[in-house]
Design a protein around this ligand. Structure first.
Ligand code: F6R
Length: 263
């Protein structure tokens, strides 16, 4: 894992957006794995700004979202599809048939979760997977005890996750307790993973993810098994890490090798 200690979420978002935009230049039909939640919003703002400025063309991009609530009515304000429309897709120029979500309603859910896996493979696999992380270590909706080799499936959301997301629902409004999500195994198949975590409320999770043991009880720790993951933290989220000096030195050395044309 590469750990990048940034000064602010804005600096991190700039790095992440830049990497995506560079990858898009190199491969116009880039396959992106996308997350919802507050963490990636600044990245999405930068991607939209690049498109609006005519600096990026998303027309060939294929996207696969990590997760979606089960049985929210189409167009519901809290569905992840709505979130993505509002924060990224609107006006970005990705044809609707190139945008994919795991199943969110209806029958044959096991088969349709498998179809989602098959669609990712048919697209050639995910080039860049964006991730946020829950305070309990969930990535996508892979709650603690999710198998490290799990694939797209239906998950029951934990009480704590429901509480964290309750702020988005009106009082008395029913909150979904089930969701479909890519599995941890699905996520680990991505060629590149960019995880972001910001703020004091994520500090314990960041420490467990990076410096704790690999455990299905803390799903984000499974990223330690991935050969090409970079984690971006702000000072608050990174404050309980034991080896920040080493992470900074590693980053500086990598940059120096790149600047001198040796890497
Ligand atoms: C959402 C997702 C979740 C979030 C996580 C953090 O698609 O995959 O794992 O990344 O719950 O949420 P925020 O960013 O709101 O703190």
């Amino acid at each position: 894992m590469e750990i990048v200690m940034t000064e602010s979420p804005a600096e991190a978002a700039e790095c992440v957006a830049k990497e995506i935009l560079n990858a898009l230049k190199a491969k116009p039909s880039l396959v992106l794995g996308l997350a919802t939640g507050s963490t990636p919003i600044e990245v999405y703002e930068r991607l939209r700004a690049a498109q609006a400025a005519g600096e990026a063309d998303f027309s060939q991009v294929r996207t696969f979202n990590l997760d979606e609530y089960l049985d929210l009515p189409a167009g519901h304000a809290q569905s992840y599809r709505t979130f993505m429309e509002v924060h990224l897709f609107e006006g970005l120029g990705i044809p609707p048939e190139q945008i994919h979500f795991p199943p969110s309603e209806g029958k044959n859910l096991i088969q349709r979760c498998q179809d989602y896996e098959d669609a990712i493979v048919a697209a050639g696999g995910i080039d860049i997977q964006l991730l946020g992380m829950g305070r309990n270590g969930h990535i996508g909706f892979n709650e603690p005890t999710s198998s490290i080799r799990s694939r797209t499936r239906i998950k029951t959301l934990m009480e704590r996750t429901l509480r964290d997301n309750a702020r988005f629902y009106a009082e008395g409004e029913e909150q979904p307790t089930l969701a479909s999500t890519m599995g941890i195994g699905t996520i680990l198949d991505a060629r590149r993973i960019l995880l972001q975590a910001y703020g004091l409320k994520k500090a314990n999770a960041v420490r467990a993810c990076v410096e704790g043991p690999v455990s299905s009880f803390f799903p984000a720790s499974a990223l330690q098994l991935h050969p090409n993951t970079t984690c971006f933290f702000d000072p608050e989220a990174g404050q309980y890490l034991a080896m920040t000096d080493y992470y900074r030195a590693t980053r500086a050395n990598k940059q120096a090798l790149a600047d001198s044309g040796r890497m």
